[in-house]
Write a protein that binds this ligand. Sequence first.
Ligand SMILES: [Zn+2]
Length: 412
Amino acid sequence: MKIEIDPARLLSEIEELASISEAEPPAVTRIVFTPADLRARAWLVARCEAAGLKVRCDAIGNTFARWEGSDPNARIVGTGSHIDAIPNAGKYDGVVGVLGGLEAVRALQRGGLKPKSSLELLMFTSEEPTRFGVGCVGSRLLAGTLTPSAARELKDKNGESLDEVRRKAGFDGKLESVELPQGYYKAFVELHIEQGPLLERERIPLGVVTKIAAPASARVTIEGVGGHAGGVVMTDRHDALCAAAELILAIESAARTSGSPDNVATVGMCDVFPGAVNSIPSRVQISVDVRDTNLAKRDGVMLLMESASKEITARRGVTMQVELLNADAPAECAPLIVDVLSAACKKHREKFMTMTSRAYHDSLFISRIAPVAMLFIPCRNGYSHRPDEYASIQDIARGALVLAETLAALSA
Ligand SMILES: [Zn+2]
């Protein structure tokens, strides 16, 4: 069978989807269950139906587009990613896996494939944590790592619950019905931009992912004592921001000295109250994000953060409350799918390297219920989650081709 990707069509679809956004181009903002997200979903469903796929949405809005296989007893082969985007993001994160997956399916249809297993394109709800503070809400529910009752408790910053918001968006089944049974998927493969610089630096067009790093995140609230910036002398101060600054540096140092090259720690948010030039900060809230492929090393940084917080608290006369938001295990990709992906690269004479995914993806959670692997393509300078995120259509089409070859092999 000859598999031919249509790069022009794929590119025009990527551009069209990017135009469904709440930000000025080239930036893309598509936050879950906002009007832009709902328009994008409707657009995608129409594209899938035009390709003859049977579309269903579950109670959280995960969208499954199925090409029925010839053997009703064969387990399903899945591919997909997400189309939600953080504020001022780019066009490719997630989208490459969804539209590249759709084009891979169409290329197999054009090539005359008669799959034995059904092929299912999956668009996950809310991969990004922007609205509800937790990433991968859709895939966590599919895998049962987020319980329906915990999901119902999630609220956005306006106090609207996930449950209300998803119902308003038209997804009103029982959240209990979202979880997929073990064995639903024979295999799941996610195509994604690397979101790091390695492929570009090595001039290798494809990365076969063998491991996905384990993420943990926390919110730390530091309470000090506010006061007049002129009136309170330095010896009387319990400045919440100065305490936060010490904690942030302690987190950085814990990651730097962890002894693991895969260990990364980031404080990306810092809210200061009352936030006035002449007022001593009384309360600070920071976000903490720590990742490693090695679970013990990841947890080691979290523990060092806790002990640093105790020491700083005692010395500075402030309080710190550490709220763990998530702590997930890493995933090993399935050797069988890694082999099929590698064989597909070789068949098309494409250079590839095996690599670790330092970012996490829906595949991390799907790995709890199915064999998974991921295929990475380069993105310029490793940039992602910013408007100048860029992947060339040649690289995207190459990824879609190898994905199609892989899906064909897995569904035979
Ligand atoms: Zn993504």
